[in-house]
Design a binder for this molecule. Sequence first.
Ligand SMILES: [Zn+2]
Ligand SMILES: [Zn+2]
Length: 256
Amino acid sequence: MLEVLILGSGSGGNCALISSARTSILLDAGFSRRETLRRLAGRSLEQLACIVISHEHSDHVAGLPGLSRKLEVPVFLNSRTHAALGAAGEALPRVEYFTTGKSWQMGDIEITPFTIPHDAADPVAFSLRCGGSKVCFVTDLGYIPENVKDQMREADCLVLESNHDLDLLKVGPYPWPVKQRVMSRVGHLSNLALAEYLTQDFDGCARHLVLAHLSQSNNLPELAQMTAEAALRQAAKNPQLTIARQDQPLPAISLK
Ligand SMILES: [Zn+2]
Ligand SMILES: [Zn+2]
């Protein structure tokens, strides 16, 4: 059994709580300590085993120093991400290193960090498994390479980036160098790139598909949804589709 609670997703902050009956894991810490606790309202954190970090960009670590002190759990990340955090990394009270590509066990949850193409020191996405359930968090990547497609096979829940609409990005407010960065092979995944994955490579196992890390400047939830729905229709796959929000948590998704 796994429960997936996405507290918020986007360039303003990313954080999710993944829980089994025995263990909870906080994935990324992009909101302030106060905001994270507000969004977790009513949830017991007694079973919280650790905070796991995907990469050093501020929308994934802004609240990390305060949260790790408050929650008194170790922070798991790879050594290059730790180094890239600089003074903020040195100030963390408890740090444990994982090796990209190598799974480890936290309580009854197995965590697998795998490499993704993104402009950070050693960025990873994650698969989490418990009792036959599997969820994958795959955001912040310029395209979907084969190793990532492999990791996403047989997942029950996929949380996938649908960052921008290419046309909106082109006419949008970002300066040209930033637009180039977003569109690059180490930038962010477009609605269309995700649609291509859904039509050509998605195995249809997932009962839940969450579109995540939507740009607030260069995307519209309706556009991301329509593009994914069209792709799923074409592929004759039918997961429940949800759009993660920046401003508030989604209802928890239960995988049995
Ligand atoms: Zn991000
Ligand atoms: Zn990033």
